[in-house]
Design a protein around this ligand. Structure first.
Ligand SMILES: O=C(O)CCC(=O)C(=O)O
Length: 292
C-alpha cells in the first residue's frame, strides 16, 4: 500500500476503518476484488440486455452529450434490472461500512443518489475533470463530505479503454478550486475491483482510444439524506419488485423515510423527511405504494 501520487490499492480484507481513513486522507482508494468473478459476471450479464437496448449519447443541448459521452451508454433504475446489483453493490458491506464512517457524522441516514452503467465505446473522448459535489454547491460550501461513490470494473479497465482519471488528494483543495489536469492519472483495475472516492475528489472518465474494446463500469453514489439524489430512484422501481427487496435496500432506494441528524438535540433530532401522511414509510412495509 502506498499513498502520495497514486491512490492506494488495498485487498478486500482491509478493515473498513482503515479504508475510510485512506479515503479521508487521499480522497479515494482502490479495493481489489470487491466483487468475486462470479458476482461480476452475473451483474454484467443481467445488465447486458438493457445496455443493448439503449443507444449511446444524451441531449445535445447544455453540453450533456459532451459531458456524459456521445459514445457512452448509461442506464439507471438498476435495482429493478438486476438483483445482483442489489445484493452485491447496493448492500455491499464494505461500501456501506465506509459510507457509514464518511457520511453518518453529517446526517441521520444517507441514501443512494444514483447508480448507472458507464460503458465507454472506442472513440469517446475524455470527460472533463470535475467534482461530483458541484451538484450540491450550496452544501459543498460547508466543507463537509456530501457523497461517497464507487466505480466497479465489470470488464476491461485500463488506460487505453478509458480508465477513470483522478487527481489524488484534490479533495483537499475546496469544491470550486481549479483542477490541475496535469496531475490526473488513470486508475486501472481488473474486473471486480472498485474505485471508492469522495464527491470532492476531481476525476473524470478517460478517453477510449482502443479500436474495439468497451470500458465497462458500474457507478453507485451514496448521498447525505437531506440532499436530493441525482436519479429519481424510487420512480424506476415497480411495486412488485420493491416488495421483494430487503428493507435495507428499500431504505437506500428512497422507499423509506429519512431521519434528521441524530447527532443533534431536541426537535432537530426528531425531524423525519420523505414521509407520507406523517407516517414513516418503513411502517407501511412498502404497501404505501398501493395505498396512495
Ligand atoms: O466514467 C468514469 O470513469 C467517471 C464518470 C463520471 O465521473 C461522471 O460521469 O460523472
Amino acid at each position: 500500500m502506498f499513498s502520495s501520487q497514486s491512490l492506494s490499492r488495498c485487498p478486500k480484507n482491509t478493515s473498513v476503518s482503515e479504508l475510510a481513513k485512506i479515503v479521508h486522507r487521499d480522497g479515494g482508494v482502490v479495493v481489489e476484488g470487491l466483487l468475486t468473478p462470479n458476482e461480476t459476471r452475473t451483474l454484467h450479464d443481467q445488465l447486458q440486455p438493457h445496455v443493448e437496448r439503449r443507444s449511446p449519447g444524451f441531449r445535445e443541448d447544455a453540453g450533456d452529450d459532451e459531458f456524459y459521452g456521445r459514445k457512452t451508454v448509461r442506464i439507471q433504475g438498476l435495482a429493478a434490472k438486476s438483483r445482483q446489483f442489489v445484493d452485491s453493490i447496493l448492500l455491499n458491506e464494505i461500501l456501506l461500512g465506509i459510507a457509514d464512517e464518511i457520511l453518518l457524522p453529517n446526517c441521520g441516514n444517507y441514501w443512494m443518489s444514483q447508480a448507472e452503467t458507464i460503458y465507454i465505446a472506442p472513440g469517446n473522448p475524455a470527460q472533463a475533470l470535475h467534482r461530483d459535489d458541484i451538484n450540491w454547491s450550496f452544501a459543498a460550501k460547508q466543507g463537509i463530505d456530501l457523497q461517497m461513490s464507487a466505480l466497479v470494473a465489470l470488464g476491461d479497465y485500463d488506460a487505453e479503454v478509458g480508465a477513470t482519471m483522478v487527481v489524488p488528494s484534490s479533495h483537499r483543495d475546496g469544491y470550486n478550486s481549479p483542477i490541475d489536469a496535469s496531475c490526473a492519472q488513470p486508475v486501472e483495475m481488473k474486473p471486480g475491483d472498485a474505485l471508492i472516492y469522495l464527491g470532492s475528489l476531481a476525476h473524470g472518465g478517460g478517453a477510449n482510444t482502443s479500436s474495439d474494446r468497451v470500458r465497462k463500469a458500474l457507478y453507485i453514489g451514496f448521498l447525505l439524506g437531506w440532499l436530493t439524489p441525482e436519479e429519481a430512484v424510487p420512480l424506476a422501481i415497480p411495486l412488485e419488485i420493491a416488495q421483494t427487496l430487503p428493507t435495507a435496500a428499500r431504505a437506500l432506494l428512497g422507499l423509506s423515510s429519512l431521519r434528521g441528524n441524530t447527532a443533534t438535540q431536541g426537535i432537530e433530532s426528531f425531524a423525519q423527511l420523505w414521509q407520507l401522511d406523517r407516517d414513516h414509510l418503513d411502517q407501511l412495509e412498502g404497501t404505501f405504494l398501493q395505498q396512495h
